[in-house]
Design a binder for this molecule. Sequence first.
Ligand code: AKG
Ligand code: FE2
Length: 240
Amino acid sequence: MDFRKLLRQAKADAVHERNNIPKKVQEKQSTDEQKESTAKLVFAFSPRTVLNLEDYAVPSCHIKSIYYMEEWINEVEEASILEHVHAAPSSAWVELKARRLQVHGGLVTTSFTPSRLPQWLCILAQSFVDAGVFHAKFTPNHALINDYAPGEEILPHEDGPMYYPLVAIISTGATGRMTFRRHRNTSPQDAPFYLNLARRSLLIFTHDAYTDYLHSIDNVGIDNSTAHRISLTIRHVPTA
Ligand SMILES: O=C(O)CCC(=O)C(=O)O
Ligand SMILES: [Fe+2]
């Protein structure tokens, strides 16, 4: 296996992935119409209390800045998230080659013009501050919702320097597999790290995992289920 070639390809795919989204997303900001579509729904979500992230470091993982929690949300909360995701009009979705996407909080390219998150995503954002995952100064102000049908994926990419380097991902609907592959300071021993993200789980990654690794999602529907995986990627984008 030509590892260098694989890495080069992964990097090219990552750039491709990043560059392709904004063009399609430009006309798809959370408009008032889209916000109204969820405003009338009740969001069933209980407040969170402070957690100790180190308790959730993945034991088998050599990357020290990845944390994973099963059942971060309960079944009622999962159903309520899915109800809000599906209440968005079809115009809120950007159709990509192997998934579809909603962008909330504003378009992130080489610049960022923030727009207010819908109320239910503000509640989720605040829950990460209450849990002590994000400092209040870096309250999440941005959310991507990815919808993967069975067999769909996100190619290896890094989230890049526009975001504060801390990512919270809530998984709903179905399991997917995340892979972390080192792409900076690579050594031959750097095997990819695979992590199945169960529905209702929370994944947090930061530090090295954010800066030195590409991440990707595949294996949605590998169990022959027809369910979609809907993930919420919640982050903070610094403003000026
Ligand atoms: O679906 C996921 O869990 C990952 C999404 C992701 O990497 C991203 O939105 O940047
Ligand atoms: Fe990502």
